[in-house]
Design a protein around this ligand. Structure first.
Ligand SMILES: *[C@@H]1O[C@H](CO)[C@@H](O)[C@H](O)[C@H]1NC(C)=O
Ligand SMILES: *[C@@H]1O[C@H](CO)[C@@H](O)[C@H](O)[C@H]1NC(C)=O
Length: 451
Protein backbone atom coordinates (compact mmCIF):
# COMPACT_ATOMS: atom_id res chain seq x y z
CA UNK A 1 0.00 0.00 0.00
CA UNK A 2 1.27 3.40 -0.82
CA UNK A 3 -0.08 6.58 0.60
CA UNK A 4 0.93 10.08 0.02
CA UNK A 5 -0.01 12.90 2.31
CA UNK A 6 0.51 16.55 1.73
CA UNK A 7 0.22 18.40 4.98
CA UNK A 8 0.45 22.15 4.76
CA UNK A 9 1.63 23.47 8.06
CA UNK A 10 -0.15 26.73 8.49
CA UNK A 11 2.05 28.11 11.15
CA UNK A 12 1.99 31.85 11.46
CA UNK A 13 5.36 33.41 11.26
CA UNK A 14 5.93 34.70 14.71
CA UNK A 15 9.00 36.82 14.77
CA UNK A 16 9.38 38.64 17.99
CA UNK A 17 10.03 42.30 17.59
CA UNK A 18 13.41 43.51 18.66
CA UNK A 19 16.50 44.79 17.00
CA UNK A 20 19.76 42.93 16.82
CA UNK A 21 21.90 43.13 19.85
CA UNK A 22 25.45 43.94 19.02
CA UNK A 23 28.06 42.27 21.15
CA UNK A 24 30.37 44.54 23.00
CA UNK A 25 33.36 42.41 22.19
CA UNK A 26 32.59 41.63 18.60
CA UNK A 27 36.06 40.31 17.93
CA UNK A 28 36.24 37.72 20.64
CA UNK A 29 35.39 34.18 19.68
CA UNK A 30 32.38 32.95 21.65
CA UNK A 31 32.25 29.89 23.88
CA UNK A 32 29.77 27.15 23.10
CA UNK A 33 27.77 25.08 25.58
CA UNK A 34 25.71 22.53 23.68
CA UNK A 35 23.25 20.48 25.70
CA UNK A 36 21.60 17.45 24.15
CA UNK A 37 18.97 15.34 25.87
CA UNK A 38 18.57 11.68 25.04
CA UNK A 39 15.12 10.59 23.78
CA UNK A 40 13.32 13.68 25.09
CA UNK A 41 10.06 14.48 23.28
CA UNK A 42 9.14 17.98 22.18
CA UNK A 43 5.94 17.65 24.23
CA UNK A 44 7.90 17.12 27.44
CA UNK A 45 8.95 20.74 27.76
CA UNK A 46 7.02 23.63 29.28
CA UNK A 47 7.90 26.22 26.66
CA UNK A 48 6.72 23.82 23.95
CA UNK A 49 3.27 23.64 25.45
CA UNK A 50 3.43 21.25 28.40
CA UNK A 51 1.62 22.79 31.35
CA UNK A 52 1.94 19.96 33.85
CA UNK A 53 5.66 19.30 33.78
CA UNK A 54 8.13 21.68 35.37
CA UNK A 55 11.03 22.70 33.15
CA UNK A 56 11.63 26.26 34.37
CA UNK A 57 15.31 26.26 33.46
CA UNK A 58 14.81 25.22 29.86
CA UNK A 59 11.90 27.66 29.60
CA UNK A 60 14.16 30.45 30.84
CA UNK A 61 16.79 29.68 28.22
CA UNK A 62 14.01 30.06 25.65
CA UNK A 63 12.59 33.29 27.05
CA UNK A 64 16.10 34.75 27.28
CA UNK A 65 16.92 33.58 23.79
CA UNK A 66 15.52 32.14 20.57
CA UNK A 67 13.15 29.19 20.38
CA UNK A 68 12.87 27.12 17.20
CA UNK A 69 9.52 25.46 16.59
CA UNK A 70 10.51 23.40 13.57
CA UNK A 71 13.85 21.97 14.62
CA UNK A 72 14.49 18.60 12.99
CA UNK A 73 16.89 15.76 13.70
CA UNK A 74 18.36 13.88 10.75
CA UNK A 75 17.19 10.51 12.09
CA UNK A 76 14.77 9.21 14.72
CA UNK A 77 17.50 7.28 16.54
CA UNK A 78 20.62 8.06 18.55
CA UNK A 79 23.60 6.88 16.53
CA UNK A 80 22.61 8.25 13.11
CA UNK A 81 21.16 11.46 14.52
CA UNK A 82 24.27 12.14 16.58
CA UNK A 83 26.54 11.34 13.65
CA UNK A 84 24.67 13.92 11.57
CA UNK A 85 24.76 16.46 14.38
CA UNK A 86 28.52 16.06 14.83
CA UNK A 87 29.36 16.17 11.11
CA UNK A 88 26.71 18.53 9.71
CA UNK A 89 25.79 15.90 7.13
CA UNK A 90 23.15 13.22 6.67
CA UNK A 91 24.11 9.96 8.41
CA UNK A 92 24.13 8.23 5.05
CA UNK A 93 27.26 10.17 4.16
CA UNK A 94 29.27 8.83 7.10
CA UNK A 95 28.06 5.27 6.66
CA UNK A 96 25.87 5.45 9.74
CA UNK A 97 22.56 5.02 7.96
CA UNK A 98 21.47 1.49 8.76
CA UNK A 99 20.88 -1.26 6.25
CA UNK A 100 19.49 -3.71 8.78
CA UNK A 101 16.90 -3.83 11.49
CA UNK A 102 19.09 -2.44 14.24
CA UNK A 103 19.70 1.17 13.41
CA UNK A 104 21.99 2.10 16.26
CA UNK A 105 25.22 0.73 17.64
CA UNK A 106 24.06 -2.01 19.96
CA UNK A 107 27.28 -3.26 21.46
CA UNK A 108 30.06 -1.41 23.11
CA UNK A 109 32.47 -4.06 21.92
CA UNK A 110 31.35 -3.82 18.28
CA UNK A 111 33.65 -2.49 15.62
CA UNK A 112 31.37 0.16 14.15
CA UNK A 113 31.27 3.88 14.72
CA UNK A 114 31.93 7.29 13.29
CA UNK A 115 34.78 6.71 10.82
CA UNK A 116 38.14 8.24 11.76
CA UNK A 117 38.10 10.08 8.44
CA UNK A 118 35.00 12.06 9.42
CA UNK A 119 35.26 15.69 10.42
CA UNK A 120 33.25 16.88 13.40
CA UNK A 121 32.58 20.42 14.54
CA UNK A 122 34.73 19.65 17.56
CA UNK A 123 37.68 18.91 15.27
CA UNK A 124 37.16 22.15 13.38
CA UNK A 125 36.92 24.21 16.56
CA UNK A 126 39.97 22.50 17.99
CA UNK A 127 41.88 23.69 14.93
CA UNK A 128 40.64 27.19 15.68
CA UNK A 129 42.19 27.11 19.12
CA UNK A 130 39.17 26.01 21.12
CA UNK A 131 39.40 23.82 24.19
CA UNK A 132 36.91 21.08 23.46
CA UNK A 133 35.17 18.80 25.92
CA UNK A 134 32.49 16.13 25.82
CA UNK A 135 30.77 15.19 29.06
CA UNK A 136 28.14 12.45 28.93
CA UNK A 137 26.97 10.11 26.26
CA UNK A 138 28.84 9.45 23.00
CA UNK A 139 27.29 6.38 21.27
CA UNK A 140 29.37 6.72 18.12
CA UNK A 141 31.69 3.77 18.63
CA UNK A 142 34.95 3.02 20.38
CA UNK A 143 37.28 0.59 18.59
CA UNK A 144 37.87 -0.58 15.02
CA UNK A 145 40.22 -3.53 14.87
CA UNK A 146 41.21 -4.37 18.39
CA UNK A 147 40.57 -3.37 21.91
CA UNK A 148 42.31 -0.16 22.71
CA UNK A 149 42.79 1.27 19.21
CA UNK A 150 40.06 3.78 20.15
CA UNK A 151 39.60 4.75 16.52
CA UNK A 152 36.05 6.05 17.08
CA UNK A 153 36.71 7.54 20.49
CA UNK A 154 35.75 11.19 21.16
CA UNK A 155 39.46 12.01 21.55
CA UNK A 156 39.90 11.04 17.89
CA UNK A 157 36.99 13.22 16.87
CA UNK A 158 38.10 16.57 18.17
CA UNK A 159 37.36 16.39 21.88
CA UNK A 160 40.51 16.83 23.88
CA UNK A 161 38.56 16.07 27.06
CA UNK A 162 36.02 13.27 27.50
CA UNK A 163 34.25 12.06 30.60
CA UNK A 164 31.19 9.93 30.28
CA UNK A 165 29.66 6.94 28.61
CA UNK A 166 31.23 5.79 25.35
CA UNK A 167 27.93 4.09 24.74
CA UNK A 168 24.48 4.85 26.16
CA UNK A 169 22.35 4.02 29.15
CA UNK A 170 20.85 0.60 28.82
CA UNK A 171 18.10 -1.08 30.78
CA UNK A 172 20.70 -3.71 31.56
CA UNK A 173 22.45 -1.10 33.70
CA UNK A 174 19.76 -1.14 36.36
CA UNK A 175 18.86 -4.37 38.09
CA UNK A 176 15.23 -5.33 37.52
CA UNK A 177 14.77 -3.15 34.45
CA UNK A 178 15.13 -5.93 31.91
CA UNK A 179 17.31 -5.81 28.85
CA UNK A 180 17.62 -3.89 25.64
CA UNK A 181 18.92 -7.07 24.02
CA UNK A 182 16.09 -9.52 23.67
CA UNK A 183 17.41 -12.77 22.26
CA UNK A 184 20.69 -13.17 20.51
CA UNK A 185 22.59 -10.17 19.25
CA UNK A 186 21.78 -10.49 15.59
CA UNK A 187 21.37 -6.86 14.76
CA UNK A 188 23.38 -5.67 11.82
CA UNK A 189 24.16 -2.07 12.37
CA UNK A 190 25.20 0.03 9.46
CA UNK A 191 28.69 0.73 10.49
CA UNK A 192 30.78 1.24 7.44
CA UNK A 193 30.32 -2.31 6.26
CA UNK A 194 31.06 -3.81 9.64
CA UNK A 195 28.64 -5.58 11.86
CA UNK A 196 28.35 -4.74 15.47
CA UNK A 197 27.03 -8.20 16.18
CA UNK A 198 28.57 -10.65 18.57
CA UNK A 199 31.29 -11.90 16.24
CA UNK A 200 33.13 -8.62 16.22
CA UNK A 201 33.48 -8.22 19.94
CA UNK A 202 36.75 -7.12 21.35
CA UNK A 203 37.06 -7.91 24.99
CA UNK A 204 37.89 -5.44 27.61
CA UNK A 205 36.37 -2.30 26.16
CA UNK A 206 35.16 -0.56 29.24
CA UNK A 207 36.46 2.99 29.47
CA UNK A 208 33.29 3.91 31.33
CA UNK A 209 32.46 6.19 34.15
CA UNK A 210 33.70 4.62 37.34
CA UNK A 211 33.28 5.79 40.88
CA UNK A 212 36.59 7.25 42.03
CA UNK A 213 38.87 4.66 43.53
CA UNK A 214 37.41 1.61 41.81
CA UNK A 215 39.82 -0.40 39.71
CA UNK A 216 39.43 -0.63 35.93
CA UNK A 217 37.28 -3.53 34.83
CA UNK A 218 39.52 -5.08 32.22
CA UNK A 219 40.61 -7.84 31.88
CA UNK A 220 37.51 -9.22 33.62
CA UNK A 221 35.34 -7.26 31.25
CA UNK A 222 34.68 -10.06 28.85
CA UNK A 223 32.24 -10.92 26.14
CA UNK A 224 29.73 -11.99 28.71
CA UNK A 225 29.83 -8.75 30.62
CA UNK A 226 29.43 -6.73 27.49
CA UNK A 227 26.65 -8.90 26.21
CA UNK A 228 24.75 -8.95 29.46
CA UNK A 229 25.67 -5.53 30.62
CA UNK A 230 26.64 -3.22 27.84
CA UNK A 231 26.58 -0.38 30.29
CA UNK A 232 29.97 -1.29 31.76
CA UNK A 233 30.21 -2.40 35.32
CA UNK A 234 30.57 -1.03 37.84
CA UNK A 235 28.50 2.06 37.29
CA UNK A 236 26.68 3.68 40.16
CA UNK A 237 23.58 5.08 38.53
CA UNK A 238 22.40 7.03 41.57
CA UNK A 239 25.42 9.33 41.49
CA UNK A 240 25.81 9.54 37.73
CA UNK A 241 23.83 12.78 37.14
CA UNK A 242 25.81 14.62 39.83
CA UNK A 243 29.13 13.35 38.59
CA UNK A 244 28.43 14.34 35.01
CA UNK A 245 27.24 17.77 36.11
CA UNK A 246 30.34 18.28 38.26
CA UNK A 247 32.62 17.37 35.35
CA UNK A 248 30.78 19.75 33.02
CA UNK A 249 30.98 22.59 35.55
CA UNK A 250 34.65 21.97 36.16
CA UNK A 251 35.36 21.95 32.46
CA UNK A 252 33.77 25.40 32.15
CA UNK A 253 35.66 26.72 35.20
CA UNK A 254 38.98 25.40 33.92
CA UNK A 255 38.45 26.97 30.52
CA UNK A 256 36.75 30.19 31.50
CA UNK A 257 39.47 32.19 29.74
CA UNK A 258 38.02 30.68 26.58
CA UNK A 259 37.32 30.02 23.92
CA UNK A 260 35.83 26.62 24.71
CA UNK A 261 33.32 24.14 23.39
CA UNK A 262 31.47 21.98 25.89
CA UNK A 263 29.13 19.31 24.60
CA UNK A 264 27.06 18.25 27.61
CA UNK A 265 25.42 15.13 26.28
CA UNK A 266 22.86 14.13 28.88
CA UNK A 267 22.06 10.56 29.76
CA UNK A 268 18.53 11.71 30.66
CA UNK A 269 15.80 10.76 29.77
CA UNK A 270 16.74 7.42 28.22
CA UNK A 271 15.71 4.31 30.14
CA UNK A 272 16.44 2.97 32.70
CA UNK A 273 14.87 5.91 34.47
CA UNK A 274 16.81 7.39 37.34
CA UNK A 275 15.42 7.30 40.83
CA UNK A 276 17.38 10.11 42.43
CA UNK A 277 15.95 10.79 45.90
CA UNK A 278 15.64 14.56 45.38
CA UNK A 279 13.38 14.04 42.38
CA UNK A 280 11.72 10.66 42.92
CA UNK A 281 7.96 11.00 43.16
CA UNK A 282 8.01 14.76 42.76
CA UNK A 283 6.54 15.20 39.28
CA UNK A 284 3.01 14.65 38.08
CA UNK A 285 4.17 12.18 35.45
CA UNK A 286 5.66 9.32 37.39
CA UNK A 287 9.25 8.26 37.05
CA UNK A 288 9.48 9.61 33.53
CA UNK A 289 8.38 13.05 34.67
CA UNK A 290 10.78 12.90 37.62
CA UNK A 291 13.59 12.31 35.15
CA UNK A 292 12.58 15.21 32.95
CA UNK A 293 12.50 17.50 35.98
CA UNK A 294 15.88 16.29 37.17
CA UNK A 295 17.27 16.92 33.71
CA UNK A 296 15.89 20.45 33.80
CA UNK A 297 17.57 20.99 37.15
CA UNK A 298 20.94 19.89 35.71
CA UNK A 299 20.51 22.40 32.90
CA UNK A 300 19.72 25.13 35.43
CA UNK A 301 22.88 24.30 37.38
CA UNK A 302 25.04 24.43 34.28
CA UNK A 303 23.49 27.72 33.15
CA UNK A 304 24.14 29.12 36.60
CA UNK A 305 27.79 28.12 36.27
CA UNK A 306 28.10 29.99 32.97
CA UNK A 307 26.37 33.05 34.40
CA UNK A 308 28.19 33.16 37.71
CA UNK A 309 31.54 33.13 35.92
CA UNK A 310 30.41 36.17 33.96
CA UNK A 311 30.47 34.23 30.71
CA UNK A 312 26.83 34.64 29.65
CA UNK A 313 27.44 37.30 27.03
CA UNK A 314 30.36 35.42 25.54
CA UNK A 315 28.67 32.03 25.44
CA UNK A 316 26.20 30.60 22.99
CA UNK A 317 24.09 28.02 24.80
CA UNK A 318 22.04 25.50 22.88
CA UNK A 319 19.52 22.93 24.00
CA UNK A 320 18.03 20.10 21.96
CA UNK A 321 17.15 16.40 22.00
CA UNK A 322 18.78 13.83 19.73
CA UNK A 323 15.32 12.78 18.42
CA UNK A 324 11.73 12.41 19.53
CA UNK A 325 10.34 10.56 22.52
CA UNK A 326 9.91 6.81 22.65
CA UNK A 327 6.11 6.95 22.74
CA UNK A 328 5.50 3.21 22.94
CA UNK A 329 7.74 2.61 25.93
CA UNK A 330 5.59 1.87 28.97
CA UNK A 331 4.80 -0.99 31.32
CA UNK A 332 2.28 -1.72 34.03
CA UNK A 333 4.82 -1.31 36.82
CA UNK A 334 6.41 2.05 35.92
CA UNK A 335 3.79 3.42 33.55
CA UNK A 336 5.10 5.93 31.03
CA UNK A 337 8.79 5.32 30.29
CA UNK A 338 9.25 7.20 27.04
CA UNK A 339 8.80 10.80 25.96
CA UNK A 340 5.76 12.63 24.68
CA UNK A 341 5.79 14.17 21.21
CA UNK A 342 2.78 16.41 21.61
CA UNK A 343 0.58 16.69 18.50
CA UNK A 344 3.16 15.01 16.29
CA UNK A 345 2.54 11.51 15.06
CA UNK A 346 5.08 8.77 15.70
CA UNK A 347 8.23 8.79 17.77
CA UNK A 348 11.67 7.31 18.26
CA UNK A 349 12.61 4.75 15.62
CA UNK A 350 9.69 5.60 13.33
CA UNK A 351 11.19 6.70 10.04
CA UNK A 352 10.00 10.02 8.74
CA UNK A 353 7.06 10.63 11.06
CA UNK A 354 7.24 14.04 12.62
CA UNK A 355 7.16 12.87 16.26
CA UNK A 356 10.45 11.02 15.86
CA UNK A 357 12.37 13.94 14.44
CA UNK A 358 10.83 17.22 15.61
CA UNK A 359 12.71 18.26 18.72
CA UNK A 360 13.18 21.29 20.93
CA UNK A 361 15.76 23.80 19.72
CA UNK A 362 16.76 26.72 21.93
CA UNK A 363 19.63 29.20 21.62
CA UNK A 364 20.61 31.69 24.30
CA UNK A 365 23.26 34.34 23.89
CA UNK A 366 22.42 37.54 25.77
CA UNK A 367 25.24 39.53 24.19
CA UNK A 368 24.08 38.77 20.68
CA UNK A 369 20.57 37.28 20.38
CA UNK A 370 17.40 39.17 21.25
CA UNK A 371 15.37 37.57 24.03
CA UNK A 372 12.07 35.91 23.30
CA UNK A 373 12.35 35.44 19.55
CA UNK A 374 10.49 32.48 18.07
CA UNK A 375 11.48 31.04 14.69
CA UNK A 376 9.03 28.80 12.84
CA UNK A 377 11.25 28.12 9.85
CA UNK A 378 12.56 24.58 9.21
CA UNK A 379 15.97 24.09 10.81
CA UNK A 380 18.11 21.03 11.44
CA UNK A 381 20.46 19.71 14.10
CA UNK A 382 22.92 19.54 11.23
CA UNK A 383 22.88 23.36 11.19
CA UNK A 384 25.02 23.48 14.32
CA UNK A 385 28.18 22.49 12.48
CA UNK A 386 28.15 25.41 9.99
CA UNK A 387 26.86 27.79 12.67
CA UNK A 388 29.74 27.02 15.03
CA UNK A 389 32.23 27.19 12.19
CA UNK A 390 30.93 30.60 11.20
CA UNK A 391 31.15 31.93 14.74
CA UNK A 392 34.64 30.52 15.22
CA UNK A 393 35.65 32.27 12.00
CA UNK A 394 36.69 29.02 10.42
CA UNK A 395 36.98 29.77 6.72
CA UNK A 396 39.11 26.78 5.77
CA UNK A 397 37.83 24.58 2.94
CA UNK A 398 35.36 21.91 3.97
CA UNK A 399 33.27 19.20 2.39
CA UNK A 400 29.69 19.67 1.27
CA UNK A 401 27.50 20.20 4.33
CA UNK A 402 23.79 19.49 4.63
CA UNK A 403 23.26 22.10 7.33
CA UNK A 404 23.21 25.90 7.08
CA UNK A 405 24.54 28.65 9.27
CA UNK A 406 21.67 29.63 11.59
CA UNK A 407 22.95 33.01 12.73
CA UNK A 408 21.06 35.12 10.15
CA UNK A 409 17.78 33.47 11.25
CA UNK A 410 18.57 33.61 14.96
CA UNK A 411 19.48 37.28 14.75
CA UNK A 412 16.42 38.09 12.68
CA UNK A 413 18.49 39.30 9.74
CA UNK A 414 16.58 36.98 7.40
CA UNK A 415 13.11 35.48 7.63
CA UNK A 416 13.65 32.35 5.61
CA UNK A 417 15.59 29.23 6.38
CA UNK A 418 17.98 28.15 3.67
CA UNK A 419 16.57 24.62 3.75
CA UNK A 420 14.48 24.10 0.65
CA UNK A 421 14.37 20.32 1.06
CA UNK A 422 14.93 18.20 4.11
CA UNK A 423 15.17 14.45 3.70
CA UNK A 424 13.78 12.07 6.28
CA UNK A 425 15.25 8.62 6.30
CA UNK A 426 14.43 5.34 7.89
CA UNK A 427 17.88 3.76 7.91
CA UNK A 428 19.18 4.40 4.40
CA UNK A 429 15.70 4.51 2.88
CA UNK A 430 14.13 7.84 2.12
CA UNK A 431 10.70 8.05 3.74
CA UNK A 432 9.70 11.66 3.45
CA UNK A 433 10.77 15.00 2.13
CA UNK A 434 10.01 18.33 3.69
CA UNK A 435 9.67 20.97 1.04
CA UNK A 436 9.99 24.64 1.82
CA UNK A 437 9.52 26.14 -1.64
CA UNK A 438 11.32 29.39 -2.32
CA UNK A 439 8.95 32.28 -2.02
CA UNK A 440 6.33 30.39 -0.05
CA UNK A 441 5.21 31.70 3.27
CA UNK A 442 4.57 28.34 4.84
CA UNK A 443 6.63 25.21 5.06
CA UNK A 444 4.99 22.15 3.58
CA UNK A 445 5.59 18.62 4.65
CA UNK A 446 5.20 15.99 2.01
CA UNK A 447 5.19 12.51 3.39
CA UNK A 448 5.23 9.41 1.24
CA UNK A 449 5.24 6.20 3.17
CA UNK A 450 5.31 2.70 1.83
CA UNK A 451 4.14 -0.22 3.89
C1 LIG B 1 3.51 16.66 29.59
O1 LIG B 1 4.53 15.67 29.67
C2 LIG B 1 4.12 14.46 30.21
C3 LIG B 1 5.36 13.58 30.31
O2 LIG B 1 5.81 13.19 29.06
C4 LIG B 1 3.02 13.85 29.36
O3 LIG B 1 2.59 12.64 29.93
C5 LIG B 1 1.87 14.83 29.26
O4 LIG B 1 0.89 14.32 28.37
C6 LIG B 1 2.36 16.16 28.75
N1 LIG B 1 1.27 17.13 28.77
C7 LIG B 1 0.99 17.91 27.74
C8 LIG B 1 -0.14 18.86 27.93
O5 LIG B 1 1.59 17.87 26.70
C1 LIG C 1 25.40 41.53 28.25
O1 LIG C 1 24.76 42.00 27.08
C2 LIG C 1 23.61 42.77 27.34
C3 LIG C 1 22.96 43.08 26.02
O2 LIG C 1 23.87 43.67 25.14
C4 LIG C 1 23.98 44.00 28.12
O3 LIG C 1 22.82 44.74 28.44
C5 LIG C 1 24.68 43.58 29.40
O4 LIG C 1 25.14 44.72 30.09
C6 LIG C 1 25.85 42.69 29.10
N1 LIG C 1 26.41 42.18 30.33
C7 LIG C 1 27.70 42.24 30.60
C8 LIG C 1 28.13 41.66 31.90
O5 LIG C 1 28.51 42.70 29.80
Amino acid sequence: MRSCLVVPLLLPLILAAGSDVTGEEANRKPNFVLIMADDLGIGDVGCYGNDTIRTPNIDRLASDGVRLTQHISAAPLCTPSRAAFMTGRYPLRSGLGSIGRAEVLLFLGGSGGLPPSETTFAKRLQQQGYNTGLVGKWHLGVNCEHRGDHCHHPNQHGFSYFYGLPFTLFNDCMPGEGTNHPGRPSGRTATNGRYSGSWTFHTGVCPCVRPPGTPPVAPGCTFLIKYLSNCCVPMTLETLPQRLLGEAQNFIRRNSNGPFLLFFSLVHVHTPLFNTPAFAGKSRHGRYGDNVEEMDWLIGQLTETVDSLGLANDTLMYFTSDHGGHVEDADSRVGQKGGWNSIYKGGKAMGGWEGGIRVPGIFRWPGRLAAGRVVDEPTSLMDLYPTLKYLAEDTQPDRHLDGHNLMPLLEGRVKRSEHEFMFHYCGIYLHAVRWHPPGSEFPHTQTCSTS
